[in-house]
Design a protein around this ligand. Structure first.
Ligand code: AMP
Length: 221
């Protein structure tokens, strides 16, 4: 399956994308993760993008396109993918369409994870991420067994620099400005499915799986 996850920061795109990729045996492409890796490795791309990220702003489209094009040359894409964090505006959606045309592929669905602002702020301000394996925890909703330590791999947990409340508010502003054009774009292509993502991650994941199974069955007919 080829799935795009859309939705505000904090809607759970990363969590859902990781689990979906495992369940559907697809590649997980998180543009945020790729950028954060570049920042921590101090690559030229990381140096160029760090400041945008810390301020909650979008990284310029040209840098994103280059990065994405490169990611789509990798072999694991062939088994399908869950795209998380891209596209974030109409220009990026068009770039993506271009990449797909050249590869002669298309997405199966764009799932819009809708979430309320109250839930988003609560989720993001308590989010803890493992520096080693990328697993997510939450200080209140899903605390690790040992404070500051990842349950999965014993890596150290940290708070993302852009998960401070003032940066969260900025990220939400940026998101709201761009989202309606993206929704329209995928609606017109008949690819958009909207889900409420305020509930438990497991329930949301099941809803996405049900959707993808239905779609898979209808494609076989
Ligand atoms: P995320 O992990 O998806 O919340 O992304 C973290 C940050 O990375 C964002 O706030 C942006 O600064 C940057 N970023 C990730 N994906 C994109 C994208 N598609 N376009 C521009 N900036 C992005």
């Amino acid at each position: 399956m080829r799935i795009i996850l859309l939705g505000p920061p904090g809607a759970g795109k990363g969590t859902q994308a990781k689990r979906l990729a495992e369940k559907l045996d697809a590649a997980h492409i998180s543009t945020g993760d790729i950028l954060r890796r570049n920042v921590s490795d101090q690559t030229p791309l990381g140096k160029e993008t760090k400041d945008f990220m810390e301020r909650g702003l979008l990284v310029p489209d040209e840098l994103m396109s280059k990065m994405l094009l490169e990611r789509f040359t990798q072999n694991d894409i062939k088994k399908g993918f869950i795209l998380d964090g891209y596209p974030r505006n109409l220009a990026q959606a068009i770039t993506l369409e271009d990449i797909f045309k050249r590869k002669n592929i298309d997405i199966d669905m764009a799932v819009y994870l809708d979430s309320s602002e109250r839930v988003i702020i609560q989720r993001l301000s308590g989010r803890l991420v493992c520096g080693a394996c990328g697993a997510n925890f939450h200080a209140v909703n899903m605390p690790p067994k040992k404070k500051g330590i990842c349950d999965r791999c014993s890596g150290s947990l940290f708070q993302r620099t852009d998960d401070k409340e003032e940066t969260i508010i900025k990220r939400l502003e940026v998101y709201k400005k761009e989202v309606s054009s993206l929704i329209k774009y995928y609606q017109q292509k008949n690819k958009l499915y909207r889900l409420n993502a305020d509930g438990e991650a497991e329930a949301v994941l099941n809803e996405i799986i049900v959707l993808s199974n239905k779609l898979h069955d209808s494609l076989k007919v």
